[in-house]
Design a protein around this ligand. Structure first.
Ligand SMILES: [Zn+2]
Length: 136
C-alpha cells in the first residue's frame, strides 16, 4: 500500500466493492484505517441515502449535495470544494486532506450510491443561491 495516495486507495477499494456489489469487512477496515471518523460519517450518509447529484442541462454542469443534520452541503468534486466549516478551516489549512462530505461524494460516485436529478440550466442560479444560503 505504500506510496499510494488516500484517493487512489479509496478509488481502488470502491472499484472492488462495486464489482462485489458490497463493501466487504476488509474494505471497511481499510477505509476506516485511512479515514477514521470521516469514513464512519460518510458511510452513514451513504446508507441513509443523503447524497444527491444534480446535472444541469444542456451545459452538463454537475453539483453534488450531501444532506446534513442541520444543513445541506454543496460539493464540487472537480474543484475538490465543499461548503462546510470543516473544509474551510481544516482542509485549506492542510490538516486533513478532505472533509467527510468530499469523501462521501467520492464513495457515492464510485459505488453508484446516490440519487440523480436533472435540472435545466435556467434553474442553476436559483438553486445555487438556495444552497449557498444554507452556508453561514
Ligand atoms: Zn465538507
Amino acid at each position: 500500500m505504500s506510496g499510494k495516495s488516500e484517493i487512489e486507495t479509496l478509488n481502488s477499494v470502491c472499484r472492488e466493492a462495486k464489482t462485489a456489489g458490497k463493501l466487504s469487512g476488509e474494505n471497511l477496515t481499510e477505509l476506516y484505517e485511512l479515514f477514521g471518523q470521516r469514513f464512519t460519517k460518510a458511510l452513514e450518509a451513504l446508507k441513509e441515502g443523503r447524497v444527491k447529484k444534480y446535472v444541469f442541462k444542456p451545459s452538463a454542469r454537475t453539483v453534488w449535495i450531501v444532506v446534513g443534520r442541520e444543513r445541506d452541503y454543496l460539493i464540487m468534486p472537480e474543484a475538490e470544494f465543499c461548503t462546510c466549516d470543516d473544509f474551510y478551516f481544516r482542509v485549506l489549512d492542510k490538516r486533513v486532506h478532505m472533509c467527510y462530505h468530499l469523501l462521501t461524494q467520492k464513495m457515492a460516485q464510485n459505488l453508484g450510491w446516490f440519487e440523480a436529478f436533472e435540472e435545466s440550466d435556467e434553474c442553476f442560479g436559483m438553486l445555487m443561491d438556495e444552497w449557498k444560503k444554507a452556508t453561514p
